[in-house]
Design a protein around this ligand. Structure first.
Ligand SMILES: *[C@@H]1O[C@H](CO)[C@@H](O)[C@H](O)[C@H]1NC(C)=O
Ligand SMILES: *[C@@H]1O[C@H](CO)[C@@H](O)[C@H](O)[C@H]1NC(C)=O
Ligand SMILES: *[C@@H]1O[C@H](CO)[C@@H](O)[C@H](O)[C@H]1NC(C)=O
Ligand SMILES: *[C@@H]1O[C@H](CO)[C@@H](O)[C@H](O)[C@H]1NC(C)=O
Ligand SMILES: *[C@@H]1O[C@H](CO)[C@@H](O)[C@H](O)[C@H]1NC(C)=O
Ligand SMILES: *[C@@H]1O[C@H](CO)[C@@H](O)[C@H](O)[C@H]1NC(C)=O
Ligand SMILES: *[C@@H]1O[C@H](CO)[C@@H](O)[C@H](O)[C@H]1NC(C)=O
Ligand SMILES: *[C@@H]1O[C@H](CO)[C@@H](O)[C@H](O)[C@H]1NC(C)=O
Ligand SMILES: *[C@@H]1O[C@H](CO)[C@@H](O)[C@H](O)[C@H]1NC(C)=O
Ligand SMILES: *[C@@H]1O[C@H](CO)[C@@H](O)[C@H](O)[C@H]1NC(C)=O
Ligand SMILES: *[C@@H]1O[C@H](CO)[C@@H](O)[C@H](O)[C@H]1NC(C)=O
Ligand SMILES: *[C@@H]1O[C@H](CO)[C@@H](O)[C@H](O)[C@H]1NC(C)=O
Length: 434
């Protein structure tokens, strides 16, 4: 373990040499040494070098001193050590308080004490590799990461939910890697291939303490065979009247759907939250690819939603979980279009969405509109982005029915959200008058 971490070790350098007594035979035991303190999670290890490998019968002992006291105490685990390494993890320390260490060597006589630079264990501690548990679906992998340290870690006792993780995932025996950063301890990766082995490694970080750990071992898992109904896709929430409307896409008929929701803050909590999902009222056994639920079910906040399909025998995996922020949802309503035509152009006006109740209005946030239009008789869509709410689309054919729909996007980094598409508007261009 320590060897594995060698490259990351922080070194406490003794600025002065510490000196062994002169041994029998006049051999000079003087040496220049340094003591390394390696703290990884709750493992406290000391390592040092002996100057002369022939001095086998020398033993080393450490004392420690807690901050605010004057008495030196024998450091358990580090007494009469014949090797050059000891483990003092069993000592109960306040990891936020500075401690002092001193070392001496003993052969026949005893050397004087040499003091190691004082240090505060928490500041010195490195984050070890986290333990990872994987579960596979046909196109997704669930990753459950245990926070670093022992179960009742003293070192990270106050950091339990402060851990964030990064991972690198790749297809086994392929060189393309993808890095996923800043995730919580339970994370799902979607859009993978079925029956494919993926490998990943994870590292932990404590952003609040400016600590970044090191990658743990590589874990591999094979995604399962695709033999279930596919999960619903393209889940979108919008607001209508006093209700939320949740819509999704599904390829097959004759299935029923159910929807579940989860408080987003539960994802920060490093415990298995899979049983905390709750059934969405009014969205159980629905036969349509949408369901409507009252706005007042959800107090202000952030939630996750997921949808599952079932045909009686066969149940799909859960869809991707979509984030649902009541505040953003409230102001990012689908735009309302008014379209006028000439013989070769459309004049599009984007209106503020119909507000329900006292919701904030779109104008408080800079929006970009995505407008998609196509000829009614064709599937060839054209897409444009506009910040203006009043513009002309030129160069169209006369006497043609055009279909137009639009949605709003926020430009702000904080509110990276899109509304659902509003209703499709059909407009026929005018004939050409010569
Ligand atoms: C150990 O110390 C004693 C007393 O100071 C001295 O007489 C003796 O020679 C020392 N032994 C060695 C091996 O240095
Ligand atoms: C001990 O010596 C080895 C090899 O010279 C060196 O790589 C290592 O850093 C030293 N360790 C300490 C604690 O000084
Ligand atoms: C270490 O050695 C000293 C004397 O050589 C002895 O008194 C002491 O009990 C030893 N300590 C341990 C922990 O073995
Ligand atoms: C250090 O000792 C603790 C028990 O006190 C043990 O759990 C841990 O594995 C040891 N670490 C090493 C690197 O030997
Ligand atoms: C990864 O691929 C290599 C070579 O293709 C293979 O030997 C190894 O067994 C694979 N590992 C897993 C976990 O499937
Ligand atoms: C479930 O559905 C999939 C896709 O429709 C199908 O391939 C599979 O055979 C079904 N499994 C069972 C147990 O009915
Ligand atoms: C909203 O109200 C309008 C008019 O009352 C109604 O036609 C529409 O179906 C309602 N939409 C939803 C989602 O309830
Ligand atoms: C759905 O079920 C109905 C009756 O149960 C059946 O007539 C219809 O063919 C089914 N449709 C599909 C797409 O399976
Ligand atoms: C989380 O809990 C669920 C249900 O309680 C269980 O099926 C699942 O295996 C658990 N996941 C992990 C990673 O422990
Ligand atoms: C469920 O499975 C049974 C037996 O395999 C089959 O007869 C039936 O058609 C299946 N129902 C659906 C909805 O696929
Ligand atoms: C669009 O085309 C379909 C047939 O392709 C037709 O039934 C429909 O009436 C057309 N819509 C409009 C608004 O013209
Ligand atoms: C906004 O979200 C999209 C995908 O949902 C992502 O590609 C893009 O990088 C995000 N932009 C910002 C500023 O977060």
């Amino acid at each position: 373990m320590v060897a594995l971490l060698g490259a990351m070790t922080l070194v406490l350098v003794a600025v002065a040499p510490w000196v062994l007594p002169v041994a029998a035979g006049g051999k000079n035991l003087k040496s220049y040494q340094k003591v390394e303190v390696d703290i990884i999670d709750d493992n406290f290890i000391l390592q040092w070098n002996r100057s002369d490998e022939s001095l086998r019968s020398v033993t080393f002992s450490f004392d420690y001193q807690k901050s605010g006291t004057d008495n030196w105490i024998k450091l358990p685990g580090c007494q009469n050590i014949t090797s050059t390494k000891c483990n003092f993890s069993s000592v109960k320390l306040n990891v936020y308080e500075e401690i002092k260490l001193r070392i001496r060597a003993e052969k026949e006589n005893t050397s004087s004490w040499y003091e190691v630079d004082p240090f505060t264990p928490y500041n010195k501690a490195q984050i070890g590799p986290p333990e990872v548990h994987l579960e596979a679906e046909d196109k997704a992998i669930m990753i459950n990461i245990s926070p670093p340290g022992t179960k009742n870690s003293v070192m990270w006792a106050l950091d339990g939910s402060g851990f964030r993780y990064s991972l690198v995932i790749w297809k086994n025996s392929s060189s393309g890697e993808e890095e996923i950063e800043n995730i919580y301890s339970i994370h799902k990766i979607y859009k993978l291939l079925p029956e494919t082995t993926y490998c990943l490694k994870v590292k932990a970080a404590l952003p609040m303490a400016w600590k970044v750990g090191i990658y743990g071992p590589v874990y591999c898992i094979k995604t399962t065979v695709e033999n279930k109904l596919p999960p619903p896709e393209n889940i979108q929430v919008s607001v209508q009247n006093e209700s939320y409307v949740l819509k999704w896409d599904y390829a097959y008929a004759n299935v029923t759907f159910q929807v579940q929701w989860l408080h987003a803050f539960l994802k920060r909590n490093p415990v298995n939250h899979s049983y905390k999902w709750k059934q969405m009222p009014n969205c159980e056994n629905v036969k349509t690819t949408q369901c409507v639920f009252p706005q007042n079910i959800f107090p202000k906040g952030i939630y996750f939603l997921r949808v599952q399909a079932s045909d009686g025998n066969n149940t799909s995996f859960w869809s991707e979980e979509i984030k649902f922020d009541t505040e953003i949802q409230a102001f990012l309503l689908p735009p309302v279009l008014k379209v006028r035509s000439t013989s070769d152009s459309l004049h599009i006006y984007i209106g503020a969405p119909e507000q329900s109740g006292s919701k904030p209005v779109n104008q408080d946030y800079p929006l970009t509109y995505e407008i998609i239009f196509w000829e009614n008789t064709s599937n060839a869509e054209r897409k444009i982005f506009k910040e203006k709410t009043d513009f002309i689309v030129p160069n169209l054919k006369p006497l043609t029915v055009y279909c137009v729909k639009a949605r709003a996007h926020t430009m702000d980094e904080k509110w990276n959200k899109s509304s659902a598409f509003g209703d499709v508007v059909f407009v026929k261009t005018k004939p050409v008058f010569l």
